[in-house]
Ligand binder design. Structure first.
Ligand code: ADP
Length: 330
């Protein structure tokens, strides 16, 4: 684990970066409140890496973190900055941070944001701890990321509603959930929602397999089915699946794309608690002098994992759970 001299740590900066996720506010609150509890100052960086470049720094007080734990999104806003791939841009960001007397950072975001953070340590010895925040839950080194539980529950609520319609009209539905490179949301929602088939980017099921399941269900009198599809690299792919099923089997499938609905709204209790613990652990890690690392949770134990073991290592969906989803659905 990389170390810095934490004796002179006076001001911690905190920012949210990449895609927003419900529970990020709870993490900001935990970082801010714990830092203040330890007599440190806290600065919020508004809008992620672009805010660093544009000097959008604001002091966070106890009051500015009040009444946010239940709110989705991020009060600090989030942003993307493709120019952060350039070393000179990163150097300007560090210069601005040092001018603002920020000694260390907590970065709440995903793999891309951590890559930028890792470079700030490598190139400028600027200490940063990462907090995993993404609804996709695909970050290595942690079993859970902030926002995933909320996204799953929102999708599940939608599926329960759709099932009512599907059952009333004897219909086949394909519900598309978020997940570009990973099927974590799709698989959890598939198991919890009793879906007949789950299409995920990691382990795509052939359409024929889904058709076979639907037919077997029909043979024993089942009249409605729900298939879950992760969006993959083509949001709207559920329409392609529906077309393929229509062509191959003659079934008319209705499509429902949940889209950004899954990102918004009030975080679940599980996400608020996870975010509170990870945010607090990030501050404790910095106080110990740990940096260039991410805080996470593994088998119920809260850990600090070097960025070098996180960045670029995508966590994969459990094959067991995918099999279980399929086995239980028949
Ligand atoms: P996430 O953190 O959710 O994975 P992104 O991949 O969009 O989100 O990354 C967020 C931001 O992190 C990018 O807009 C960019 O500013 C910074 N970033 C991402 N990848 C790199 C990289 N390879 N080098 C430097 N900065 C990066």
């Amino acid at each position: 684990m990389a170390q810095f001299n934490a004796q002179n740590l006076k001001t911690i900066g905190v920012f949210t970066s990449g895609g927003d996720a419900p529970g990020m506010n709870a993490a900001i609150r935990a970082v801010g409140r714990l830092a203040i509890h330890h007599g440190l100052d806290v600065m919020g960086i508004v809008g992620g890496y672009p805010g660093m470049l544009n000097k959008e720094f604001e002091t966070l007080s106890q009051n500015s973190m009040a009444n946010i734990i239940q709110r989705g999104g991020t009060i600090l806003k989030t942003g993307r900055l493709p120019e952060f791939h350039q070393a000179d841009v990163r150097a300007r960001a560090v210069q601005n941070l040092r001018e603002a007397k920020i000694d260390a950072l907590v970065c709440i975001g995903g793999d891309g944001s951590f890559t930028g953070a890792h470079l700030l340590w490598q190139e400028h010895q600027f200490p940063i701890i990462g907090v995993p925040g993404t609804i996709d839950n695909d970050i290595a080194g942690t079993d859970l990321t902030i926002g995933f539980d909320t996204a799953v529950n929102i999708a599940l609520d939608a599926i329960d509603r759709i099932r009512d319609t599907a059952a009333s009209h004897d219909r086949l539905f394909i519900v598309e959930v978020m997940g570009r490179d990973s099927g974590f949301i799709a698989v959890d929602v598939g198991v919890a929602g009793g879906a007949e088939e789950v299409f995920i980017p990691e382990n795509p099921a052939p359409v024929e397999q889904a058709i076979d399941r639907i037919r077997r269900g029909m043979a024993r009198g089942k009249k409605s089915s729900i298939l879950i599809a992760a969006e993959g690299h083509k949001p709207g792919r559920a329409y392609d699946l529906a077309e393929s099923i229509r062509k191959k089997a003659g079934f008319d499938a209705k499509v429902c794309i949940l889209g950004h609905i899954q990102r918004g709204g009030s975080p679940t209790a599980a996400d608020r608690i996870l975010a509170s613990r990870l945010g607090a652990n990030a501050v404790e890690a910095l106080r110990r002098g740990d940096c260039d690392a991410m805080v996470g949770v593994q088998s119920g134990v809260y850990v600090t994992v070097p960025f070098t073991q996180v960045i670029g290592f995508k966590k994969r969906v459990s094959g067991d759970l995918v099999s279980l989803a399929r086995t239980l659905a028949i």
